[in-house]
Design a binder for this molecule. Structure first.
Ligand SMILES: NC(=O)c1ccc[n+]([C@@H]2O[C@H](COP(=O)([O-])OP(=O)(O)OC[C@H]3O[C@@H](n4cnc5c(N)ncnc54)[C@H](O)[C@@H]3O)[C@@H](O)[C@H]2O)c1
Length: 436
């Protein structure tokens, strides 16, 4: 299939699409293309995940099982671990993880493994797009050579582009199909084809001059978020010293209709993206002898938040003549953010560990996370009950899940430490609710 044939099959939505990695990013993307009429195969090395998807079970909060089952029945979506489907695909999109190593350096091994699998089965005329967030020059410096080693000429034999994924799991306003895509191809033909592909499912495609620009755009978005969260977190420390409510101050500032975007403090940062992606950029620059100061400072402030939350909790208990050692603490929410069951990099895990270390008797409730392992010990979620609230010494809100009844929590718990401003505006006697 050459450039123009692929272009026609994309426009006619007959191009066969394979999406490697069926996680939080790959699955919603696959479903969006399937809904648009394409025939999509979701490829994953995790056999349990593939089995669940084949049975129509989804793991992301944004996709109902009925919707997946309907697409499977229509023959528009199938999940497989069989890599030979790549040979029969016109388009291959790579959505595999890009975590950090223990040393906090990028772990790019999943991208290399996926790229190697695709290149080994590469078919003339294929379009390959990398969506995983990664450091600048991954597409051209790492992926491209894997294909070139097989004698494939980019822009002629095959087409290669980077298009960052911007999905925000559990965001009810912006789903995959609502968010503009940035696309940067290795050659103009690569950009054109990738832009045409995404133009089938999103309202707007923004073309840039190279994969590097697209890689950097994604990193800048997440550095922006990371730095602003750090600013809100440090601002919370300042407000506490000055005896003001951070939430009240930020809400007031947010009434300015231009030049201000509110970010709120929290127990730290979590998830697969915001704590991780900035370090991909700083790592890359360090290779060139440059230290990215904003990223380092924001990382330092955000990573200090779990200790700060423990300190605030200990102080709040102290004011009630209790000490952390032996206190019954009921943590609400361990997922890294509202409405998801994802605990990757969740600051709640560190906080639970530190509380246990200090001798607290810790339990947790999270309707989306049935169990967690803290320092090698398995903790099972408890139901959030009136009895559980009244019998605790302190209820610690770590994730503001929509399922929690915050009025009841404030009413029944003897002490509430709220790291998410979830109880803001709910009347309580002085000193009962302590917020960041
Ligand atoms: N989660 C988010 O909110 C989000 C948002 C935007 C961008 N991203 C980026 O998207 C990428 C994927 O993130 P995710 O959250 O979907 O990860 P995930 O862990 O939820 O899913 C990745 C999937 O890829 C599979 N996989 C790994 N190696 C594979 C291989 N060689 N072949 C086939 N399957 C393989 C895993 O089994 C897993 O199911 C990352 O780079 C991440 O930074 C994530």
């Amino acid at each position: 299939m050459n450039d123009s044939r692929l272009s026609v099959s994309i426009r006619e939505r007959t191009a066969r699409i394979a999406i490697i990695g069926q996680g939080y990013v790959g699955l919603p993307l696959a479903v969006e293309f399937a809904r648009a009429g394409f025939s999509v195969v979701g490829v994953d090395t995790d056999l349990d995940r593939v089995g669940a998807l084949q049975a129509g079970q989804t793991h992301t909060p944004d996709l109902a099982s009925e919707d997946l089952i309907a697409l499977i029945r229509l023959g528009r979506y199938e999940a497989t671990a069989d890599l030979s489907v790549l040979e029969r695909s016109d388009v291959v999109i790579i959505c595999v993880p890009t975590p950090l190593r223990k040393s906090k350096d990028p772990d790019i091994s999943f991208v290399v493994a996926a790229g190697t699998e695709v290149a080994a089965r590469y078919q003339p005329g294929q379009l390959v797009v990398l969506e995983s967030t990664t450091y600048p020059e991954t597409t051209e410096g790492l992926l491209l050579p894997i294909f070139q080693a097989r004698g494939a000429k980019v822009g002629e034999d095959f087409f290669l582009a980077f298009s960052p994924e911007r999905i925000d799991p559990a965001n009810p306003t912006f789903k995959v199909g609502d968010i503009p895509k940035v696309v940067g191809g290795v050659t103009p033909a690569c950009t054109r084809l990738a832009a045409s592909l995404y133009g089938q499912i999103v309202p707007r495609v923004h073309e840039v001059s190279s994969p590097k620009v697209a890689e950097l755009a994604k990193l800048y978005e997440n550095v922006f978020r990371n730095v602003n969260i750090a600013l809100a977190n440090e601002f919370a420390l300042m407000c506490r010293r000055l005896g003001a409510s951070t939430k009240e101050v930020i809400d007031a500032a947010a009434t300015k209709p231009f030049g201000f975007m509110p970010f709120y403090p929290g127990p730290g940062i979590g998830g697969h993206c915001i704590p991780v992606d900035p370090l991909y950029l700083s790592w890359k620059l360090r290779l060139d002898g440059y230290e990215s100061r904003f990223i380092a400072l924001a990382d330092e402030i955000n990573r200090a938040m779990p200790s700060y939350v423990v300190e605030v909790t200990a102080e709040a208990l102290n004011r009630q003549r209790r000490c952390l050692n032996g206190a019954r603490i009921l943590a609400l929410g361990v997922a890294y953010k509202r409405g998801v069951g994802d605990i990757r990099e969740s600051p709640a895990l560190e906080i639970l560990g530190k509380l246990r270390e200090a001798g607290a008797d810790v339990s947790y409730a999270d309707p989306r996370v049935p169990s967690v392992v803290i320092d090698g010990v398995l903790l099972k979620a408890t139901e959030l009950t009136a009895e559980g609230l009244t019998s605790s010494d302190c209820v610690l809100i770590l994730t503001d899940h929509p399922e929690f009844d915050y009025r009841q929590i404030v009413e029944l718990a003897p002490l509430v430490v709220d790291t998410r401003s979830a109880t803001w505006g709910i009347p309580a006697r002085p000193g009962k609710v302590v917020s960041l």
